[in-house]
Design a protein around this ligand. Structure first.
Ligand SMILES: Cc1cc2nc3c(=O)[nH]c(=O)nc-3n(C[C@H](O)[C@H](O)[C@H](O)COP(=O)(O)O)c2cc1C
Length: 343
């Protein structure tokens, strides 16, 4: 058993979270992770072009129907995210009015926008006052962690640039970021994210002040994840060098190097990236947004394949239970091994 501030905060057995992976579905994955004793996270889904509030509502209903364990959800607070205002207003009401959801949907993770957005919602304030829900925000740099503190978050997800999917303009690695944030905000609850796939890495994160890890790519390569089999099939043979950062319509993003990715520029300075984003013609933007639907349907050549460097460590597509149990065993033996070095 490894008990941390995060396992205690959420009443979970293992300090392992699944990372949100919108715009794709992660219902089955979240369920599997929560059921075994980690904490599964529902993604902000808009892949099928439906109402994001409705999608989250269906996901919440699915979770409480199938498990009694805690879980979480993600809202992308970017102004460009369709339905963001409705999600911040309506989702807390839906959860507030359902006692089972209120007891279980404890982890509200916001990302890719302002950390102040959700706390500004009256219905979220009401929910927070009358439940044990916690608000975390993704912080990819020290100055952004500072902003999260000012927004009154309960904790942050410290995400480095080697992780899969959308990244900040900061491009700091997880190892450096964790050290920086641990020194600057020692008491702020932290979940480490970006590049994690083994128990040795979990042990490292714990020693760097995190109370848990969150994993995306490792969980895509699981039997329970809803990703297309062709998507999963890229992971076991993949190397860290098969992914790189590219610039698209919404800032830098770590993608598998396929035809789609290679048609986009590598990120330069923040100013260059913003200038590029503003110069993209509407027809190219439309093509970019269709990249998610294409990959969802198995087109891993012209679709956007979001993956992190951690694919270089993942050798098989496993059951979620196997992944979590193996990581816990590895972490415990890494911690014991480190302890035995103290003379
Ligand atoms: C397919 C995919 C989709 C993602 N979508 C989101 C998202 O909707 N919201 C978010 O905060 N992060 C998103 N991310 C980032 C992950 O939450 C997490 O930071 C990342 O996967 C960590 O790196 P790892 O893949 O090495 O574990 C996405 C990542 C992937 C791989």
């Amino acid at each position: 058993m490894i008990e941390t501030n995060i396992t205690k905060m959420f009443g979970i057995k293992y300090p392992i979270f699944s990372a949100p992976m919108g715009p794709f579905f992660t219902r089955d994955l979240a369920l599997a992770v929560s059921e075994i004793g980690g904490l599964g996270v529902l993604s902000n889904v808009n892949i099928v072009g439906t109402d994001p509030v409705e999608e989250h509502k269906k996901s919440l209903e699915f979770m409480i129907e199938h498990t009694d364990k805690p879980f979480g959800l993600n809202i992308l607070t970017s102004r460009n995210n369709p339905g963001v205002q409705e999600m911040a207003t309506e989702l807390p009401k839906i959860v507030m009015n359902n006692p089972k959801m209120r007891d279980q949907c404890l982890y509200w993770l916001t990302s890719a926008g302002s950390s102040k957005f959700l706390p500004a919602s009256k219905s979220f304030q009401e929910l927070r006052k009358n439940s044990n829900v916690k608000h975390f925000h993704v912080a990819p740099a020290v100055w952004l962690a500072q902003k999260c503190m000012e927004a009154g978050v309960d904790g942050i997800v410290v995400t480095g640039g080697e992780g899969g999917g959308h990244q900040s303009y900061e491009k700091v690695s997880t190892l450096v970021l964790l050290q920086q944030i641990n020194k600057t905000f020692p008491d702020l609850p932290k979940i480490a994210c970006g590049g994690f796939a083994t128990g040795e890495a979990l042990a490292a994160a714990l020693s760097l002040g995190a109370g848990a890890i969150a994993m995306g790519s490792r969980f895509i390569a699981s039997k329970q994840s809803e990703f297309h089999e062709k998507y999963k099939a890229l992971i076991p043979p993949g190397k860290p060098q098969d992914t790189a950062l590219y610039t698209g319509s919404f800032g830098p993003i770590r993608l598998y190097k396929n035809k789609y990715a290679l048609a986009h520029p590598a990120p330069g300075s923040k100013e260059e990236m913003i200038a590029y984003e503003q110069s993209i013609p509407p027809e190219v933007k439309a093509l970019d947004s269709g990249a998610y639907d294409r990959v969802y349907n198995g087109d891993t050549e012209t679709g956007a394949v979001l993956l992190g460097q951690s694919i270089g460590i993942i050798n098989s597509i496993d059951d979620v239970t196997e992944i979590i149990e193996r990581i816990m065993k590895e972490a415990e033996s890494a911690i014991k091994n480190s302890y035995s070095m103290i003379k």
